[in-house]
Design a protein around this ligand. Structure first.
Ligand code: ADP
Length: 881
């Protein structure tokens, strides 16, 4: 069918076939869907660079190089749609002369249809426009390049017609004034509006001047525009020329405008940079290629003592000390020449004083930016004087520190955060003989005795891990072979950011202390053993032992005491022991205890103490202070169970009470009978018998007195003694008693030496009883003397009576005991004197109960002075009055 169509076509068009064949325009005919080439004229074959052999092949087979280009698809589309395709200057890559070459074609793919309108083939016509396209492209490139050149030059053009006052600008010029595209500016006046106010006047004048023939002609100025539309300030450089007519009138004024904003900015930057350099604290200089310095900044001038403003132009070697010149020339200049740069230390000199100034300088070559040729040198130098001084100071202080730490009696050390020793002072080396570098890291452990080494290392690592202060003791082997006990301590260190950085510590030789410690430990052990023995003994002693602090609190009780009280030790220790004292005895007990604590005198008190069953038993508590260097350290006390004695005493008192009471009645009767009998004998005139009865009566008096004493004692002991207090003149009572007693003795003269005493408030009879007792004793115990002196006196707040005899006296050690019940000084002389040993006891008890005191001064063989005092106007006494 296709073939038929084609045949028909050809038959009908034979004439055309020839025409086509010979046409200079390339023509091809492709039939069927596969695009079998049925016709390809010479021109198209030339284009393809193929022979006629391609005819009969498919388009694809004939032109495989078109694979990847759009043509196969275009043909297929035309065949399918029946719509022609037309291309203008389309690029085609063809395999010509053995290589792929690019061509440009105008071509058409024209669909060929039968009567039914079905496509059966495609007519391809083409014309090679390669030349045209390339020329056009070149042209476009050129235009682009020109536009680009102008644009990059930032050059605008302007033209002023002064006659009609019309300004013509190109787009660039308008842009330089900040006008949006398309806006027209008409007059010169308007242009002036957009010039910066600070520049306006100057520019106007320059322009006006340019328009006048004599000066006129070339015009050049730099000014700022204010950016009509965008408000951007731009610096412009305008150049122009005025043209004049014969009449000398300007007919045209035209020129270019260049944006120099960045140039100005650069200059500004440069100026800033220069200012910066000039204000730099370092020395900065510039020199030319011949090593002449032509610029030195302010700091440099100051440093070298150059005048601030004077222009410089000096050979650069003038700046350095003579000794350095050859080095600078031979070494430094060469280094700069070779490497373009040199850095190092060099010594400048002060221009005025010649002082050498060490600096650290950097010199670099400066190259011409365009030619690349070296132009000169720039040098920046830092004054090192301060640094060197600081360095020296540091070295000095390090040396000082080294000296100090070396002199320290302790080995000082530092470690890093992993526990490696990074520093150890001389001391460690002096001790152990380890060279410093061997101490570092973990080397120090080598000097420690093997027995202690692991312990010391482990302790350190554990403490390091926990960031704890480190402390350990170990034995260190000194270089002389001796072994020393040391204590190493260290504290964790942190930097400013709080990061742990290691330890700083010390190691101290504690051998001496350790030896003392060991000795102490031994003696402590011995002491402890002794204490154990002591406790063993005391615990089994049948007496309660205790110790108390100087404050009065118990701090030790023996087992016996604890067992008695039946309380845990902790409950008794301290002040709690008082709880165990009978409530009736407690106050007096505290009073006595406190007074002993204060005075340091023997403490002695009888109280009832509660045992574990709640029964009270009488105890005699005694304590003595343990003193060292006059200071009381402790009280040592005992409690002795005196319950039995107390019972016996009570029974004895009861017996005495009953006995003396029972005796009193018959004695009174006998006395009455004796008096009657005596009276009868007197009446009968039997003087002999009467005298005998009188003797009997005086013995009865003695008996009555003895019974009276016994009764008094029982009263005192049972607390039943009573006082009948009144106000009376003290001296009167003493005198009455003395006078009565004077009658009883012929031998002794009772001398009275009274001072005014005033009144006292007391029991007159009982006081009389005391005085009688003292004088009776004085008479009794001074058989070989005849004087007894009784004196009274006010001493302070007391009335004091003294009874002095010149008799046998009392041995010193017995003096205080004479006031005890039934106590009689036993000696070769005393036992010849009758008595029960009760008088002084009763007297002292009376005085004590009346608020007074009794005491004795005596010298054996010389006599005694018994004294007592009574308060004359005590507060409670006055109140009772
Ligand atoms: P006595 O009945 O024994 O005199 P006292 O209590 O009065 O009892 O005295 C006790 C003891 O004190 C006496 O036995 C005596 O040894 C001694 N004594 C008392 N007064 C004197 C004195 N003036 N001179 C010497 N010794 C005295």
């Amino acid at each position: 069918m296709e073939s038929n169509n084609y045949q028909g076509y050809l038959q009908n068009n034979t004439i055309f076939k020839v025409l086509i064949e010979e046409s200079v325009s390339p023509v091809g005919l492709y039939v069927g869907r596969d695009m079998v080439i049925k016709l390809a004229n010479k021109a198209i074959l030339k284009v393809w660079d193929k022979s006629e052999a391609v005819i009969g092949k498919t388009f694809r087979e004939a032109l495989p190089e078109l694979e990847g280009q759009p043509f196969f698809q275009l043909l297929d589309d035309v065949y399918t749609t029946g719509i022609a395709y037309e291309a203008h200057g389309e690029k085609v890559d063809l395999f010509v002369d053995g290589r792929m070459q690019t061509y440009y074609f105008n071509f058409t793919y024209q669909p060929l249809k039968n009567e039914q309108g079905e496509v059966w083939g495609i007519m391809n016509t083409a014309s090679d426009v390669t030349e045209l396209v390339l020329t056009r492209q070149k042209l476009a490139d050129n235009q682009e390049r020109t536009r680009f050149a102008l644009g990059s030059a930032e050059l605008g053009t302007w033209d002023l017609d002064p006659v009609n006052d019309i300004v013509t600008w190109d787009a660039k010029c308008k842009q330089l004034y900040g006008f949006p595209d398309g806006e027209e500016v008409l007059s010169y006046k308007e242009v002036l509006k957009y010039i910066h106010p600070e520049d306006k006047e100057r520019i106007d004048k320059t322009v006006q001047d340019s328009l006048i023939p004599p000066q006129g002609g070339f015009y050049e100025s730099e000014f700022r525009t204010i950016g009509a539309g965008d408000g951007v300030i731009r610096w412009l450089r305008c150049r122009g020329k005025a043209y004049f007519n014969e009449a000398g009138r300007c007919i045209r004024f035209a020129g270019t405008a260049l944006d120099i904003t960045s140039e100005i900015k650069d200059k500004e930057e440069q100026r800033k940079l220069l200012t910066l350099i000039d204000h730099s604290s370092d020395f900065v200089s510039l020199s030319d290629i011949d090593s002449n310095v032509y610029y030195v900044n302010a700091a440099g001038r100051e440093m070298l003592g150059m005048d601030a403003d004077a222009p410089v132009f000096l050979p650069s070697i003038d700046f350095i000390v003579p000794e350095e010149i050859s080095r600078v020339k031979d070494h430094i200049y060469k280094a700069i020449e070779k490497g373009g740069r040199w850095s190092g230390e060099v010594i400048y000199r002060h221009f005025k004083t010649g002082e050498p100034i060490p600096v650290h300088g950097t010199s670099m070559r400066i190259y011409d930016p365009i030619t690349g040729q070296p132009q000169g040198r720039a040098t920046v130098s830092r004054d090192l004087r301060r640094e060197i001084a600081d360095r020296q100071a540091l070295i000095n202080s390090q040396q000082l520190l080294l000296n100090i730490t070396s002199a320290a009696p302790a080995a000082l050390w530092m470690s890093d955060e992993t526990g490696m020793i990074t520093y150890a002072n001389q001391t460690w080396t002096t001790w152990t003989g380890q060279p410093n570098e061997e101490v570092l890291g973990t080397g120090w452990l080598e000097a420690i005795l093997p027995e202690d080494r692991i312990r010391a290392a482990e302790k350190f690592l554990n403490d390091l891990e926990e960031r704890r202060p480190y402390e350990v003791d170990f034995r260190l082997l000194f270089k002389d072979g001796s072994v020393h006990w040391c204590i190493a301590t260290g504290n964790p260190q942190y930097n400013e950011s709080g990061v742990f950085v290691g330890y700083i510590g010390a190691c101290t030789d504690v051998t001496e202390k350790k030896v003392i410690d060991i000795e102490l430990e031994q003696s402590n052990a011995e002491l402890n053993a002794q204490i154990k023995q002591f406790e063993f003994v005391t615990d089994f002693m049948p007496v309660q032992l205790w110790t108390a602090k100087t404050t009065g609190e118990l701090d030790y009780l023996n087992k016996r005491a604890i067992d008695f009280l039946g309380l845990p030790e902790g409950d008794i220790i301290g002040p709690n022991w008082l709880e165990q004292v009978h409530p009736d005895d407690r106050d007096a007990c505290v009073k006595t205890w406190v007074s002993s604590l204060e005075s340091g005198n023997l403490y002695q008190f009888e109280f009832r103490l509660r045992d574990k069953d709640g029964n009270y038993r009488w105890h005699l508590s005694r304590a003595l202070p343990f003193m060292s260097d006059g200071i009381i350290l402790k009280w040592f006390g005992t409690n002795t169970d005196i319950h039995e004695q107390k019972e016996l005493q009570r029974q004895k008192d009861d017996f005495l009470g009953i006995a003396s009471h029972e005796l009193k009645t018959p004695v009174t009767s006998i006395k009455a009978y004796a008096q009657v009998l005596g009276a009868m004998f007197v009446k009968e005139g039997d003087a002999k018998k009467a005298a005998m009865v009188e003797k009997m009566d005086s013995q009865l008096n003695r008996l009555t007195n003895l019974i009276g004493d016994l009764l008094d004692v029982t009263k005192i002991n049972s607390g039943k003694i009573q006082f009948n207090k009144t106000w009376f003149d003290f001296n009167d009572v003493v005198r009455d008693n003395v006078q009565d007693l004077q009658h009883t003795t012929n031998k002794h003269t009772l001398e009275m030496d009274f001072a005014e005493t005033g009144e006292v408030y007391s029991d007159k009879d009982r006081i009389g009883q005391v005085i009688t007792n003292l004088i009776t004793n004085a008479i009794k115990y001074s058989p070989h003397s005849d004087r007894i002196i009784i004196s009274t006196k006010i001493e302070g707040a007391d009335a004091v009576v003294r009874v002095q005899d010149f008799g046998i006296g009392i041995p010193d050690d017995k003096k205080d005991r004479v006031f005890e019940q039934f106590y009689r000084v036993s000696g070769s002389k005393q036992h010849t004197f009758p008595g029960l040993g009760l008088g002084l006891y009763i007297s002292s008890e009376i005085i004590k109960r009346e608020g007074g005191k009794m005491w004795v001064n005596s010298v054996e063989g010389k006599g005694s002075t018994f004294c007592f005092s009574l308060p004359v106007d005590g507060q409670n006494i006055t109140a009772t009055k």
